[in-house]
Design a protein around this ligand. Structure first.
Ligand code: 4YB
Length: 451
């Protein structure tokens, strides 16, 4: 990747000032206007006391306002910690003291947080710090299965390494329009941001017209598999959409087969918070799996566990004023994901911490879920353990499907070993977290509370 000598938006301000940088429905900004808006945001934050190296927590969903705040803060030299506005307040009160933000910018409701508050007060002038790609740009919370999330700290350089590999794979150019389809507080949303800035393309931000209307104006989108299922259930795919990057969860072959048949190029990716989004990916095809590592990333499978080494890796986890290493001294991150190689492709089998034992047999829930997802009427399924006095734990299934639960249980029975067969079936309860994936921990608790 060629070194970038200045803030990426400055480069596009100079070389293509009139090209469309942001499409937010009625509001559009070219690169000239965007660079100016970022300067004004940065100047306004400076007047409120923000200085280089400060940590600013931004509590917001996606919007043009939130994006300009993120970029203005980064331009000030501040590090941005994105917060899911749906994180419950007690959890925020537990989490934030260890991260020690200097300021909080709350664009969501009026949660009461004990940190100096920032407001959006754009001001005249230039608030931009010098571009220093090796500085920490963002802290991103991991979606840990239990306990408090950790805050992975990424440099600008790490984000741009990740972006360059995906931009190359998908031939993403400045003529493209990537929809900001996933939240900025998650790496999947940040991935979109850095690819857009690297390529000098257009970022489409959904406005009041909603997600589907914004899709109609986009050529590329990042989607989790359930979003693509929903899209395929609509009468027609948006004509402008040429490609989707999928990730975050198992990507059923049937899903990509249907989407490809409808003319949509599907890229199957694997990544995590610590790797600043996708690190393995490939165009969907006949083989299962998420492809080989993209340029610059290395992957090994050691005793069944996936290890990763990459310039996109976080510099560490931020806690109590310092960075804690996330990888061993050799730079390899032990991901906790179980996988294997198959004809040069990485196959994901599940997470180590989801494994449980039932009557002495080990149950990997994702193995059961993958089988269930081959049923044409199943769009989402989670298998979680339920305490059992005789077996220790037994599997229970939570399913989103148009087929009846009885039909699914009958269909699944001959495909599963006895110890893998769910002993209870429930419709998947509605999501409430605002994140990109369901919390297995919450689903487990939900099941434990059923009579
Ligand atoms: C998987 C998995 C897979 C992750 N099969 N398990 O820009 C992108 O890369 C993107 C595009 C569309 C949708 C999502 C993304 C992401 O960033 C996803 C990144 C992510 O999920 N990060 S995470 O920290 O929240 O979770 C990581 C874990 O998710 C991994 O460790 C895996 O366990 C699981 N996962 N991709 C099966 N293709």
């Amino acid at each position: 990747m060629a070194a970038i000598a200045d803030w990426p938006w400055r480069r596009w301000q100079r070389s293509q000032p009139d090209a469309l940088a942001i499409d937010n429905g009625d509001k559009s900004l070219n690169w000239q206007q965007l660079a100016q808006a970022i300067d004004e945001q940065a100047a306004g934050f400076r007047l409120q006391g923000v200085s280089a190296g400060d940590l600013v927590a931004v509590r917001s969903g996606n919007s043009l306002t939130a994006l300009l705040a993120w970029l203005g803060l980064l331009a000030c030299g501040a590090r941005v910690l994105g917060l899911n506005p749906q994180l419950p307040e007690p959890q925020l009160h537990q989490l934030l003291p260890g991260l020690g933000p200097d300021f909080v910018l709350n664009l969501s409701d009026s949660a009461c947080l004990d940190f100096p508050a920032l407001a959006l007060l754009p001001a005249a002038g230039h608030g931009c710090e010098r571009w220093q790609p090796e500085k920490i740009a963002t802290l991103t919370l991991t979606s840990g299965s239990t306990g408090l999330p950790k805050a992975a700290a990424h440099t600008f350089a790490a984000h741009l390494h990740s972006a360059a590999a995906v931009v190359g794979l998908m031939s993403f150019t400045r003529d493209d329009r990537w929809l900001l389809s996933l939240p900025l507080f998650h790496v999947s949303g940040q991935g979109i941001l850095w690819r857009w800035l690297l390529a000098g393309a257009t970022l489409v931000i959904p406005d009041d017209g909603g997600f589907n209307q914004a899709l109609e104006r986009s050529s590329v989108a990042s989607l989790v598999p359930t979003q693509l299922w929903r899209l395929l259930h609509q009468p027609a795919l948006p004509a402008s959409l040429r490609a989707v990057l999928l990730g975050g969860a198992h990507i059923p072959a049937e899903l990509t087969r249907r989407a490809e048949a409808a003319g949509l190029h599907c890229y199957c990716g694997y990544g995590m918070t610590e790797t600043a989004s996708t690190l393995c990916a490939r165009r969907a095809g006949d083989l299962p799996g998420v492809g080989a590592p993209l340029t610059g990333h290395q992957v090994r499978v050691v005793a069944g566990e996936i290890w990763v080494r990459s310039p996109a890796l976080a510099a560490g986890y931020w806690l109590n004023g310092s960075l804690r290493p996330l990888a061993g001294g050799d730079g390899w991150l032990h991901t906790g994901d179980v996988g294997r190689w198959h004809r040069g492709e990485l196959l994901l089998e599940g997470r180590r911490d989801n494994l449980f034992f039932s009557g002495g047999e080990s149950v990997q829930p994702e193995q059961i879920e993958r089988i269930m997802l081959t049923h044409p009427a199943v769009t989402q399924v989670f298998v979680v353990p339920r305490a059992d006095s005789e077996y220790g734990q037994r599997p229970v299934a939570l399913v989103e499907s148009t087929a009846s639960l009885e039909e699914l249980a009958d269909w699944a029975a001959p495909k599963l070993a006895g110890y893998q067969r769910p002993v209870a079936w429930y419709p998947l309860p509605p999501a409430s977290s605002g994140g990109i994936k369901r919390s297995r921990h919450q689903l487990r608790e939900w099941v434990a509370n059923q009579a």
